[in-house]
Design a protein around this ligand. Structure first.
Ligand code: SF4
Length: 335
């Protein structure tokens, strides 16, 4: 299949949860994902970034069909993803795999690594039993483990080796799509770069499309061909990584990028003021307006929609779109 061809298309995804305020309080609606549309291409990676709680992990689960959206649709290879739990969905799941944040939690401590890498082959009935040992060995080698490490238990491997084992298991069914949810954040900094390089290498060899969910902008820039920035359940900017992460247009994306510490950069660092608002108590208009450095009066009333600029970048902001004059700033300066 051609690199760059559409693999997965999600349109208008909405995911709500009911939340009770206090023990006897009334139930309120929390919109974790609020109208997200995205496309993942074959052999390409879409990076999804934002603060904790912005809805990026929920988006990953919706894309895989692990949760059912309250509205919107997901199509894989041009066909709607079947409802979770059905036989058709289980068959499709072999082609769509997930890599979780915590490799120790993702693995069964009671089983050797090789057995766990073989599990998806058993579940989906892939290959003859006699061929599976060779397949497991080739998967372990593909992710940089030795064949004899298949006999080890998870606690006998380092954190980086465990994440390699998780990747080997995810690749066992030869998936077309990999959803990686914060795949390096539980690893030592010294190991993170190795796993990132491995992901890039595996994509080049196997041609999967990837959704890379992370709060780490540098990691996202390293692996992604396109980047989407999420705030409170919505995508607020999307475009090429170099454009979005070097010259962000949306004030929230600008604040995220400005907050990255740079070795050697002296002086004060710009930080976002305040915590992200509670999704159950979404601010009126643009949800970012209580923290926005250039919010105008219009921003408190009128929610901006994601619009494409002539350069292909998508932005949801009245000021960046030229539809409102910048207002007063609220960014704090921090040492
Ligand atoms: Fe939102 Fe207005 Fe700030 Fe743009 S300028 S991010 S629309 S508050």
């Amino acid at each position: 299949m051609r690199v760059g061809a559409e693999l997965l298309k999600a349109e208008g995804l909405v995911r709500r949860y009911a939340m009770r305020r206090g023990m006897f309080g009334r139930s309120v609606e929390l919109r974790a994902v609020d109208g997200v549309s995205l496309t993942i291409e074959r052999g390409r990676t879409l990076g999804l970034v934002g603060e904790s709680g912005c809805g990026k992990s929920t988006t990953g689960r919706l894309v895989l069909g692990m949760e059912t959206p309250d509205a919107g649709s997901v199509a894989f290879d041009g066909r709607p993803v079947p409802p979770p739990g059905t036989a058709a969905w289980r068959a499709l799941r072999a082609r769509m795999q997930m890599v979780f944040q915590d490799p120790l939690g993702a693995l069964d401590r009671r089983l050797p690594i090789g057995v766990q890498v073989a599990e998806p082959l058993d579940i989906h009935g892939i290959g003859a039993r006699s061929e599976r040992a060779a397949r497991v060995e080739s998967l372990l080698l593909a992710v940089g483990l030795r064949a004899d490490q298949g006999a080890r238990y998870p606690h006998e491997l380092s954190g980086g080796q465990r994440q390699r084992a998780v990747l080997a298991r995810a690749l066992a069914t030869d998936p077309a799509l990999l959803v990686c949810d914060e795949p390096i954040s539980a690893l030592d900094v010294s190991i993170q770069a190795q796993v990132m390089n491995l992901l890039v290498d595996l994509q080049e060899r196997f041609g999967m499309g990837m959704l890379f969910v992370s709060h780490d902008l540098r990691a996202v820039r390293q692996v992604s061909h396109r980047v989407a920035v999420m705030y409170l359940g919505r995508i607020v900017e999307e475009g090429e990584p170099d454009a979005v992460l070097q010259d962000p247009a949306h004030p929230y994306a600008r604040a995220l990028v400005a907050a990255i510490p740079h070795p050697g950069r002296s002086g004060r660092r710009t930080v976002l003021q305040g915590d992200p608002p509670n999704p159950a108590d979404r601010p009126s208009g643009c949800a970012f307006h209580p923290r926005c450095p250039v919010a105008s009066a219009r921003c408190t009333q009128d929610a901006p929609t994601l619009k494409r600029r002539p350069d292909g970048r998508m932005i949801a902001c009245h000021v960046a779109q030229g539809d409102a004059a910048p207002g007063r700033g609220v960014l704090a300066e921090a040492a």
